[in-house]
Design a protein around this ligand. Sequence first.
Ligand code: ADP
Ligand code: MG
Length: 708
Amino acid sequence: MESTTKRITDYFGENVFNDEVMQEYMSLDTYKELREVIDSGKSLGLDLANRVAEAMKEWAMNNGATHYTHWFQPLTGATAEKHDSFISIDKHGKTILEFTGKNLSKGEADASSFPSGGIRAVFEARGYTVWDCSSPAFIKKIANDRAILYIPTAFCSYNGEALDKKTPLLRSMEALNREGVRLMHLLGYNDVNKVTANVGGEQEYFLIDKKHYDLRPDLKFTGRTLFGSNAPKGQEQNDQYYASIKTRVANFMAELNDELWKLGITAKTQHNEAAPCQHELAPIFCTSNIATDQNQIIMDTMKKVAEKFGLVCLLHEKPFANVNGSGKHNNWSVLTDTGLNLLKPGKNPSSNTLFLLAITAVIAGVDEYADLIRTSASNPGNEHRLGGHEAPPSIISVYIGDDLQNVIDNFVAGNSSDVAQKQFIDTGVNYLAELSKDTSDRNRTSPFAFTGNKFEFRMVGSSATLSNPNTTINTIVAEMFARIANELESVNESERQNKVVEIIKRLYEEHKRVIFNGNNYSKEWLREAKKRGLNNITNCIDAYESLTTPKSVELFGKHKVMSEVELQSRREIYLDVYNKVINIEARTMLMMVKHDMIPAIIEYKNKLAQTINALNTVSGDKKLSSTEGKLLSTFVPLLDNIYSCMMELERIHSQAMRANTSKKKAILLRDQVVPLMEKVRVNVDIAEKLLPKDLAPYPNYADILFYE
Ligand code: ADP
Ligand code: MG
């Protein structure tokens, strides 16, 4: 029977300029030429650009597009877009619709309002957006069946310095490809022409009711609650993780999926996460720059779709205290164009030297450049998460699981082992299908875990772009591949196999200190890590310093991913972002305390005083008003405390903001302002617990986290 309901495949990718559409709108020759540019990274000529632009315009306009935009990722970490309509006036004064190869491939943006960290002075405002043809263009539908054509671009200065997050990512992919192919050829895999990093980003998020959001200035201005005492129930019953999804959220997810599928994004997994109102979505992995672009689209679409259901999507790393925060697990693997995943152990990992070499290369790189890995997941929001109970701690370590560690230990000791041969799990029930064991178990506490055929970097924050972590991982692994390739080149072909074995052993011995298969949340790990000499960078301000160390400048410079100037500019911008975030948080906090919390307490005190007076007048007996009296007297020191902490915060905050360098300012904010904000919060949260519901100025955690 014919079904009238649409299947996913009926509309998957309908809003993307994908291969199918290209073939429909371009001649076969044009399509082939463009495909070659995309696949081999050849440069794009103007003639081809003109033909592609024409096809893109026709397709976009057939789908309601009136404007196009060069879409880019400035260093703020967000995305940027400026729309231009296809309307133009020709030399006869006639209105025409135009979109040329030049419009497609290059744009000029007044870059002066985007952070450049000193790369450009404000008067040199020119910035260029350049089409990244490896990431597909797409349209976003707006009202009246209209649409905007989005062209993914890189953003750079007049001198070619990267002013965005995408350019270094693309450069790091080139580095990984260059060194990866070189290594594969030395290992005898001469058919390999391309090596790419694949990424699957799991996106965690909160959904709350818009009516609560609208009443919380902290959520509006900072993305997180600056106040809020615990609700009677949190996540202690583990009854939210994987739980049945409430109807309103299920409807949201259905529409979100549809929108993402139309954009060619393979939304795959969805479930409730550990905290109340917390959820997760994961698409199927793809090439790292496309995965990064798609993740930006996912975050944006989540926010837009939420609006339709009277919901607000919170992407902050820690919107609520005392329940889990949100991360973005970055699943990463290396794949060749011949279909080999270098991180796949296969049936017999103990004799799979390619796998052993690749995994030890990653382990060694993560150990040697642990500070850069840590930094790549640093942002102000993640400060509340890293080291918090549910999130990976700040110490970088790698989990590979006991079985795999056994395999490598035996390999290094020269013993043959079959420890990791397929094992089966006995469920004790005959009709349940036979379950084979994975090469590694799950460990939720490790920041960098090997999970079967990929590494999962769990530190990344939910609001962050995937470009920083992947730029870093790609570059570090490119460096390890380069070093290995150098060594292999130095010996005769006949000696290479022995050399590979020697390298695996050496890298493993030198770097196994970074491997930890136990509980990363435990106190023992802190002590153990210290003993092993592993660095514990506890905050982002310290982390940012690692960007400009000689070691970092050497690494990123050698692989042409970022120059010293580009690294310095990033350090400067990240410090500046931190300062702005804390400044806004402090100001929001001061505003909420002054405008709302203190007046609410005074009102309640007044009410109590009036009641006490009235009761005493009626009976002349103080006993009748003794509880009211006690309540009133609790509020006296509490209000004094709140007031004095607030005044202290105001004073220290304005002092900090006068610091003359961003580093000094950041240190003052981190060491003085943030602890004071914590003090204000503690007192305000006590007051919130005591205030009657109708006098409380904001919806509380119980309201927000347990909406219907
Ligand atoms: P879990 O929550 O159990 O870690 P999910 O299914 O939520 O797993 O997410 C796993 C993510 O890893 C998905 O985005 C998936 O596509 C991605 N992934 C799977 N295999 C690879 C691989 N070889 N390389 C990169 N990412 C991968
Ligand atoms: Mg998951």
